[in-house]
Design a protein around this ligand. Structure first.
Ligand code: DC
Length: 223
């Protein structure tokens, strides 16, 4: 059995998680939200009062973190605690983006990500999956959407949030994620660019499933 890797990268609020989850459900592949892993390390750092510029301490946390995906990848357990909701706050999102700029943290988490895909076909989403984690992925998508559409979507996810603040937060985070030295968020040269602004979920899902069918001889490598 040859495993299939579907890499989905793109900025915050582009709809990566929703679409990756749907594609995983349709194909039977394992859904991996790598952002949740950076968020889990950030949550631990915030709780432990670790300075977000302390690279050595952050590396220790990233290496020691025992992360288990729950509920088909929608949830996350960190060191035995269900942190699925705790990692979804704006504070943790901002801290995750800072923690993700630390090379040693990335090295530790990328290793965990590669280990997961060692044994199963995956739909993995993040910022550097098609460029760094799996440069040989069978299918690479760069999922994008207009800034205002992304802010609106994120604001809907965060109950009681103010859209203009969310827009500011994601602009700041995207800038940091795209301008860091190590593994910046960028489209892989061989990735398919998909702008989801004017598309509904079914259309985006179908476009990706079509690519998977084309790139995997109609899914034959899968089972
Ligand atoms: O996808 P997300 O919003 O949950 O990701 C949180 C932060 O983690 C994001 O601002 C950048 C970082 N991240 C990363 O650098 N590389 C990844 N593969 C996934 C996320």
């Amino acid at each position: 059995m040859k495993r299939v890797i579907v890499a989905i990268d793109g900025p915050a609020g582009a709809g990566k998680s929703t679409i990756a989850r749907r594609v995983a459900a349709k194909t039977g592949f394992v859904y991996i939200d790598t952002g949740a892993m950076y968020r889990a390390v950030a949550l631990w750092a915030l709780r432990a009062d670790v300075d977000l510029t302390d690279m050595h301490k952050l590396e220790e946390l990233a290496k020691a973190a025992n992360m288990i995906f729950l509920d088909g990848g929608s949830g996350m357990e960190l060191n035995g605690e269900d942190v699925s909701l705790a990692i979804r706050t704006p504070e943790v999102a901002a801290a995750a983006s800072k923690v993700a700029a630390v090379t040693a943290v990335r090295r530790a988490l990328v290793q965990k990500q590669r280990e997961i895909a060692d044994t199963s076909s995956v739909v993995m989403e993040g910022r550097d999956i098609g460029t760094v984690v799996f440069p040989d992925a069978n299918v690479k998508i760069y999922l994008d959407a207009d800034h205002s559409v992304r802010a609106e979507r994120r604001a809907q996810d965060l109950i009681g949030s103010d859209t203009s603040q969310v827009a500011k937060d994601i602009a700041e985070r995207d800038h940091r994620d795209a301008s860091r030295r190590d593994s910046p968020m960028t489209q892989a040269p061989d990735a398919v660019y998909l702008d989801s602004s004017g598309l509904n979920l079914d259309e985006v899902e179908e476009a990706i499933l079509k690519l998977i069918r084309e790139r995997t001889s109609n899914g034959k490598e899968i089972h």
